[in-house]
Design a protein around this ligand. Structure first.
Ligand SMILES: Nc1ncnc2c1ncn2[C@@H]1O[C@H](COP(=O)(O)OP(=O)(O)OP(=O)(O)O)[C@@H](O)[C@H]1O
Ligand SMILES: [Mg+2]
Length: 339
């Protein structure tokens, strides 16, 4: 099997990780993080994306990645991913039936997307005499932009994947086959991913992103954006500074809680199964008091992701990466794909 490394090109930070299979837990042989100079911008224009390619090249060199083969992610909000159900049929008929259904749910013409599908084992669907199928479509302009950046960085792209599928693999390899809601909270992302028995179930992209929190503080407290960002990181939901930061972002948090509750209720009613736990990932999960707030308002067990828990990591690595731990969840799932 190919040993590819994982690359998560986030809007604020680029994360890199290479794993090798050794013993019970995969071993981290390279990992690192760097700023994204383009803050999430991507295009197929070589001149525009060269600074990003250079940053990736440097990060790969500095973190000691030993292969050019890469599995990279694309932002969840730009990828269409859904499970559909089709009647049981022969393999030959299946491809055609899936394509037909996909055409009716994918919000873009099939000629403008790169399309993929795979079947999912699901007892309930099987009992109903049907097959559950995961369909994935990414706009071609987006995949072309990412492939161009990767090649400019001197890499050999093996696959591009949606963040939710990387996170699903991350949960499978660290927690196992469980029902879990992942809340992936970065700079431009606030994504709900519901996982059923270790497999992707549904996703939703919300507007209460890390950037939106900063913007609320910027407007609410009349601070410039860099100071608002600093206030957010220093005070979060703590009662310090009279809890002013917390009060400013409260409406955004309430919207997030409502959307998360809706996703949990939808799942529990449809599947007649429980989601006992939420995993918080991404840099915004470092918001002071966030885990406690969500535990209280959602009535779920909430944990901040610790991707290094399921991996063997050299102590010096752990020391340098520890403060950023939850931001490595997507890249861990990517790195675990081809080892
Ligand atoms: N201590 C903290 N408190 C609150 N927010 C924080 C803290 N540390 C980092 N953040 C926020 O985390 C976000 C960056 O997280 P991350 O690196 O996971 O994003 P990204 O993967 O680059 O972005 P995206 O996935 O949205 O494209 C920023 O919005 C930043 O303000
Ligand atoms: Mg991210």
């Amino acid at each position: 099997m190919n040993n590819a490394f994982g690359l998560d090109i986030g809007s604020e930070t680029i994360k890199i990780m290479q794993l090798v299979k050794k013993g019970a837990k995969p071993r981290v042989v390279a990992a690192g993080v760097a700023k994204n100079p383009l803050l999430g911008f991507i295009s197929t224009n070589e001149k525009e994306i060269t600074p990003l390619a250079e940053a990736i090249k440097l990060l790969r060199k500095e973190s000691g990645v030993t292969t050019a083969l890469v599995t990279a992610s694309m932002p969840e909000r730009s990828v269409f991913i859904q499970t559909i159900e089709v009647p049981k049929m022969t393999e030959k008929e299946l491809g055609q039936a899936i394509l037909l259904q996909a055409e009716s749910v994918i919000p873009k013409p099939m000629s403008e997307v790169s399309f993929d599908w795979r079947t999912i084992e699901d007892e309930k669907t099987q009992k109903e005499g049907k097959l559950k199928v995961l369909i994935i479509a990414a706009p071609l302009v987006l995949t072309e932009g990412y492939l161009k950046v990767l090649r400019l960085a001197g890499l050999d792209p093996l696959s591009l994947e949606s963040e939710s599928l990387a996170l699903t693999r991350f949960i499978q390899t660290t927690i196992g086959k469980k029902n879990i809601l992942v809340f992936s909270w970065g700079m431009k992302s606030a994504d709900i991913i519901v996982i059923k028995n270790g497999d992707f179930y549904l996703n939703r992209s919300l507007s209460g992103t890390g950037e939106a929190l900063t913007r609320a503080i910027n407007i609410g407290l009349g601070l410039d954006v860099p100071s608002a960002e600093q206030y957010k990181k220093t005070y979060g939901l703590s009662s310090e500074a009279e809890g002013k930061v917390g009060k400013t972002i409260q409406p955004l948090l309430e919207t997030l809680v409502n959307e998360i509750k809706k996703a949990v209720n939808f799942f529990e009613e449809k599947e007649q199964e429980k989601i006992p736990m939420m995993i918080l990932t991404g840099g915004s999960s470092l918001l002071s008091g966030a885990a406690e707030y969500f535990t209280k308002t959602l009535g779920l067990e909430v944990q901040i992701a610790n991707p290094f828990y399921g991996l063997t990591v050299a102590p010096d690595f752990l020391e340098t990466l520890r403060k950023d731990t939850p931001i490595f969840s997507v890249v861990t799932g990517l790195a675990a794909k081809e080892i």
